[in-house]
Design a protein around this ligand. Structure first.
Ligand SMILES: NC(=O)c1ccc[n+]([C@@H]2O[C@H](COP(=O)([O-])OP(=O)(O)OC[C@H]3O[C@@H](n4cnc5c(N)ncnc54)[C@H](OP(=O)(O)O)[C@@H]3O)[C@@H](O)[C@H]2O)c1
Length: 219
Protein backbone atom coordinates (compact mmCIF):
# COMPACT_ATOMS: atom_id res chain seq x y z
CA UNK A 1 0.00 0.00 0.00
CA UNK A 2 0.99 3.61 -0.60
CA UNK A 3 -0.13 5.76 2.32
CA UNK A 4 -0.53 9.49 2.99
CA UNK A 5 -0.28 10.42 6.67
CA UNK A 6 -1.49 13.67 8.25
CA UNK A 7 -0.63 14.61 11.86
CA UNK A 8 2.57 12.52 11.90
CA UNK A 9 4.19 14.80 14.49
CA UNK A 10 1.33 14.28 16.98
CA UNK A 11 0.85 11.50 19.49
CA UNK A 12 -1.49 9.38 17.38
CA UNK A 13 0.35 10.13 14.14
CA UNK A 14 3.79 9.23 15.56
CA UNK A 15 2.41 5.84 16.53
CA UNK A 16 0.77 5.30 13.14
CA UNK A 17 3.96 6.35 11.32
CA UNK A 18 6.00 3.84 13.34
CA UNK A 19 3.68 0.97 12.39
CA UNK A 20 3.65 2.03 8.73
CA UNK A 21 7.45 2.06 8.57
CA UNK A 22 7.59 -1.40 10.19
CA UNK A 23 4.82 -3.04 8.15
CA UNK A 24 5.98 -4.85 4.99
CA UNK A 25 2.56 -4.25 3.38
CA UNK A 26 3.18 -0.50 3.45
CA UNK A 27 5.44 0.28 0.53
CA UNK A 28 5.60 4.08 0.80
CA UNK A 29 4.52 6.76 3.30
CA UNK A 30 4.01 10.39 2.31
CA UNK A 31 3.78 12.66 5.36
CA UNK A 32 2.11 16.01 4.80
CA UNK A 33 2.63 18.38 7.74
CA UNK A 34 3.47 21.91 8.74
CA UNK A 35 6.48 20.78 10.80
CA UNK A 36 9.04 18.02 10.12
CA UNK A 37 8.93 14.63 11.89
CA UNK A 38 12.73 14.55 12.14
CA UNK A 39 12.69 10.96 10.90
CA UNK A 40 14.63 9.42 8.04
CA UNK A 41 13.54 6.15 6.40
CA UNK A 42 13.75 4.64 2.94
CA UNK A 43 9.93 4.38 2.75
CA UNK A 44 9.29 7.92 4.04
CA UNK A 45 8.87 11.17 2.14
CA UNK A 46 7.73 14.43 3.72
CA UNK A 47 6.09 17.51 2.26
CA UNK A 48 6.03 20.60 4.45
CA UNK A 49 2.83 22.51 3.75
CA UNK A 50 1.40 25.57 5.52
CA UNK A 51 -2.18 25.99 4.31
CA UNK A 52 -4.33 22.97 5.10
CA UNK A 53 -7.33 24.61 3.42
CA UNK A 54 -5.64 24.83 0.01
CA UNK A 55 -3.56 22.01 -1.49
CA UNK A 56 -3.46 23.33 -5.06
CA UNK A 57 0.33 23.88 -4.94
CA UNK A 58 1.00 20.20 -4.08
CA UNK A 59 -2.00 18.43 -5.66
CA UNK A 60 0.09 16.60 -8.25
CA UNK A 61 2.04 14.95 -5.38
CA UNK A 62 -1.12 13.60 -3.73
CA UNK A 63 -2.19 11.29 -6.57
CA UNK A 64 -1.85 7.50 -6.69
CA UNK A 65 -2.32 6.62 -3.00
CA UNK A 66 -4.24 3.64 -1.58
CA UNK A 67 -4.90 5.04 1.89
CA UNK A 68 -4.92 8.23 3.94
CA UNK A 69 -4.45 8.00 7.70
CA UNK A 70 -5.73 11.35 8.97
CA UNK A 71 -4.37 11.72 12.54
CA UNK A 72 -4.33 15.51 12.58
CA UNK A 73 -6.57 17.03 15.26
CA UNK A 74 -6.81 19.62 18.00
CA UNK A 75 -8.16 19.54 21.53
CA UNK A 76 -11.30 21.59 22.19
CA UNK A 77 -10.04 22.51 25.66
CA UNK A 78 -9.87 26.32 25.95
CA UNK A 79 -10.96 26.84 22.33
CA UNK A 80 -14.16 28.62 21.26
CA UNK A 81 -16.67 26.63 19.21
CA UNK A 82 -16.12 28.54 15.97
CA UNK A 83 -12.34 27.99 15.99
CA UNK A 84 -12.67 24.35 17.03
CA UNK A 85 -15.12 23.74 14.17
CA UNK A 86 -12.80 25.52 11.72
CA UNK A 87 -9.74 23.43 12.72
CA UNK A 88 -11.74 20.20 12.97
CA UNK A 89 -14.60 20.15 10.45
CA UNK A 90 -13.44 22.71 7.85
CA UNK A 91 -9.78 21.63 7.78
CA UNK A 92 -10.55 17.90 7.65
CA UNK A 93 -13.20 18.28 4.95
CA UNK A 94 -10.92 20.54 2.84
CA UNK A 95 -8.22 17.85 2.94
CA UNK A 96 -10.53 14.88 2.43
CA UNK A 97 -12.47 16.47 -0.44
CA UNK A 98 -9.19 17.11 -2.27
CA UNK A 99 -7.96 13.55 -1.68
CA UNK A 100 -11.27 11.95 -2.74
CA UNK A 101 -11.17 13.91 -6.00
CA UNK A 102 -7.59 12.80 -6.71
CA UNK A 103 -7.78 9.17 -5.47
CA UNK A 104 -11.09 7.37 -6.07
CA UNK A 105 -9.53 4.06 -4.92
CA UNK A 106 -8.41 5.52 -1.58
CA UNK A 107 -9.42 4.26 1.88
CA UNK A 108 -9.64 7.17 4.35
CA UNK A 109 -9.30 6.74 8.11
CA UNK A 110 -10.08 9.53 10.59
CA UNK A 111 -9.45 9.80 14.34
CA UNK A 112 -12.26 11.21 16.44
CA UNK A 113 -12.77 9.86 19.96
CA UNK A 114 -15.02 7.88 22.27
CA UNK A 115 -18.34 9.71 22.74
CA UNK A 116 -18.41 11.29 19.27
CA UNK A 117 -22.02 12.33 18.60
CA UNK A 118 -23.36 10.95 15.32
CA UNK A 119 -26.71 12.76 15.89
CA UNK A 120 -24.87 16.14 15.86
CA UNK A 121 -27.51 17.28 18.41
CA UNK A 122 -26.05 16.37 21.81
CA UNK A 123 -24.85 18.71 24.58
CA UNK A 124 -21.08 18.44 24.04
CA UNK A 125 -19.71 20.84 21.42
CA UNK A 126 -16.62 18.78 20.52
CA UNK A 127 -18.71 15.63 20.08
CA UNK A 128 -21.21 17.36 17.75
CA UNK A 129 -18.39 18.77 15.59
CA UNK A 130 -16.58 15.43 15.40
CA UNK A 131 -19.94 13.73 14.67
CA UNK A 132 -20.66 16.04 11.75
CA UNK A 133 -17.12 15.56 10.46
CA UNK A 134 -17.52 11.77 10.60
CA UNK A 135 -20.95 11.90 8.94
CA UNK A 136 -19.76 14.07 6.06
CA UNK A 137 -16.52 12.11 5.55
CA UNK A 138 -18.62 8.96 5.15
CA UNK A 139 -20.49 10.63 2.25
CA UNK A 140 -17.34 11.38 0.22
CA UNK A 141 -16.60 9.16 -2.81
CA UNK A 142 -13.72 7.21 -1.27
CA UNK A 143 -13.41 3.47 -1.84
CA UNK A 144 -14.15 3.27 1.91
CA UNK A 145 -13.86 5.44 5.01
CA UNK A 146 -13.39 4.35 8.62
CA UNK A 147 -13.86 6.46 11.73
CA UNK A 148 -11.62 5.60 14.69
CA UNK A 149 -13.04 6.47 18.12
CA UNK A 150 -10.37 5.59 20.67
CA UNK A 151 -10.95 6.47 24.32
CA UNK A 152 -7.62 6.94 26.12
CA UNK A 153 -4.52 6.00 24.13
CA UNK A 154 -1.39 4.77 25.86
CA UNK A 155 1.66 6.12 24.00
CA UNK A 156 4.24 3.37 23.39
CA UNK A 157 7.75 3.21 21.90
CA UNK A 158 8.75 6.78 22.84
CA UNK A 159 5.68 8.46 21.33
CA UNK A 160 4.81 11.83 22.94
CA UNK A 161 1.84 14.19 22.74
CA UNK A 162 2.35 17.66 21.25
CA UNK A 163 -0.22 18.95 23.74
CA UNK A 164 1.63 19.68 27.00
CA UNK A 165 -1.24 18.89 29.39
CA UNK A 166 -2.04 15.63 27.60
CA UNK A 167 1.62 14.57 27.80
CA UNK A 168 1.69 15.44 31.53
CA UNK A 169 -1.39 13.29 32.16
CA UNK A 170 0.11 10.36 30.28
CA UNK A 171 3.40 10.56 32.21
CA UNK A 172 1.60 10.70 35.58
CA UNK A 173 -0.94 8.00 34.73
CA UNK A 174 1.39 5.71 32.80
CA UNK A 175 1.23 2.73 35.23
CA UNK A 176 -2.58 2.97 35.39
CA UNK A 177 -2.92 3.14 31.59
CA UNK A 178 -0.63 0.15 31.15
CA UNK A 179 -2.88 -1.91 33.45
CA UNK A 180 -6.14 -0.63 31.91
CA UNK A 181 -4.84 -1.31 28.38
CA UNK A 182 -4.68 -5.00 29.33
CA UNK A 183 -7.86 -5.24 31.40
CA UNK A 184 -10.32 -2.67 29.94
CA UNK A 185 -10.17 -2.63 26.13
CA UNK A 186 -13.28 -0.41 26.04
CA UNK A 187 -11.45 2.47 27.67
CA UNK A 188 -7.78 2.25 26.69
CA UNK A 189 -5.89 1.35 23.56
CA UNK A 190 -2.29 2.02 22.51
CA UNK A 191 -0.61 3.99 19.75
CA UNK A 192 0.67 0.66 18.38
CA UNK A 193 -2.80 -0.85 18.12
CA UNK A 194 -4.23 2.28 16.48
CA UNK A 195 -1.51 2.10 13.83
CA UNK A 196 -1.92 -1.62 13.25
CA UNK A 197 -5.70 -1.25 13.05
CA UNK A 198 -5.47 1.54 10.45
CA UNK A 199 -3.18 -0.52 8.25
CA UNK A 200 -5.41 -3.59 8.55
CA UNK A 201 -8.71 -1.86 7.74
CA UNK A 202 -7.12 -0.03 4.81
CA UNK A 203 -5.81 -3.33 3.44
CA UNK A 204 -8.64 -5.74 4.32
CA UNK A 205 -11.68 -3.59 5.21
CA UNK A 206 -13.81 -3.88 8.37
CA UNK A 207 -17.46 -4.93 8.84
CA UNK A 208 -18.54 -1.46 10.07
CA UNK A 209 -17.37 2.11 9.38
CA UNK A 210 -17.00 3.25 13.01
CA UNK A 211 -14.36 1.55 15.18
CA UNK A 212 -14.54 1.98 18.95
CA UNK A 213 -11.63 1.16 21.29
CA UNK A 214 -12.68 -2.48 21.58
CA UNK A 215 -12.64 -2.81 17.77
CA UNK A 216 -9.19 -1.18 17.58
CA UNK A 217 -7.91 -3.56 20.25
CA UNK A 218 -8.77 -6.58 18.06
CA UNK A 219 -5.74 -5.81 15.88
N1 LIG B 1 -4.15 11.51 22.45
C1 LIG B 1 -5.21 10.85 22.84
O1 LIG B 1 -5.22 10.19 23.90
C2 LIG B 1 -6.45 10.83 21.98
C3 LIG B 1 -7.53 10.03 22.36
C4 LIG B 1 -8.67 10.00 21.56
C5 LIG B 1 -8.73 10.77 20.42
N2 LIG B 1 -7.66 11.56 20.07
C6 LIG B 1 -7.78 12.37 18.85
O2 LIG B 1 -6.72 12.09 17.97
C7 LIG B 1 -6.39 13.25 17.20
C8 LIG B 1 -4.89 13.50 17.31
O3 LIG B 1 -4.57 13.66 18.68
P1 LIG B 1 -3.06 13.71 19.20
O4 LIG B 1 -3.12 13.35 20.64
O5 LIG B 1 -2.19 12.96 18.27
O6 LIG B 1 -2.76 15.29 19.08
P2 LIG B 1 -1.36 16.04 19.18
O7 LIG B 1 -0.31 15.19 19.82
O8 LIG B 1 -1.67 17.38 19.79
O9 LIG B 1 -0.92 16.23 17.63
C9 LIG B 1 -1.71 17.01 16.76
C10 LIG B 1 -1.22 16.84 15.34
O10 LIG B 1 -2.07 17.63 14.48
C11 LIG B 1 -1.26 18.61 13.81
N3 LIG B 1 -2.02 19.85 13.70
C12 LIG B 1 -2.81 20.42 14.65
N4 LIG B 1 -3.34 21.57 14.17
C13 LIG B 1 -2.89 21.72 12.91
C14 LIG B 1 -3.11 22.70 11.89
N5 LIG B 1 -3.89 23.77 12.09
N6 LIG B 1 -2.49 22.54 10.71
C15 LIG B 1 -1.69 21.48 10.48
N7 LIG B 1 -1.44 20.51 11.40
C16 LIG B 1 -2.05 20.64 12.60
C17 LIG B 1 -0.03 18.79 14.66
O11 LIG B 1 1.01 19.30 13.84
P3 LIG B 1 2.21 20.22 14.43
O12 LIG B 1 3.27 19.24 14.89
O13 LIG B 1 2.65 21.02 13.27
O14 LIG B 1 1.65 21.03 15.57
C18 LIG B 1 0.20 17.34 15.13
O15 LIG B 1 0.81 16.59 14.09
C19 LIG B 1 -7.23 14.41 17.78
O16 LIG B 1 -8.34 14.62 16.95
C20 LIG B 1 -7.66 13.86 19.14
O17 LIG B 1 -8.91 14.40 19.54
C21 LIG B 1 -6.53 11.60 20.81
Amino acid sequence: MKVILFGATGMVGQGVLRECLLDPDVEHVLVVGRSPTGQQHAKLREILHEDFFDFSAIESELIGYDACFFCLGVSSVGMDAQRYRHLTYDLTMATATTLARLNSAMVFTYVTGRGTDSTEQGPRMWARVKGKTENDLLKLPFKAAYMFRPAAIQPLHGVRSKTAWVQAIYVLASPLFARLARTSPKYVTTTERVGRAMISVARDGYPKPVLESEDINRF
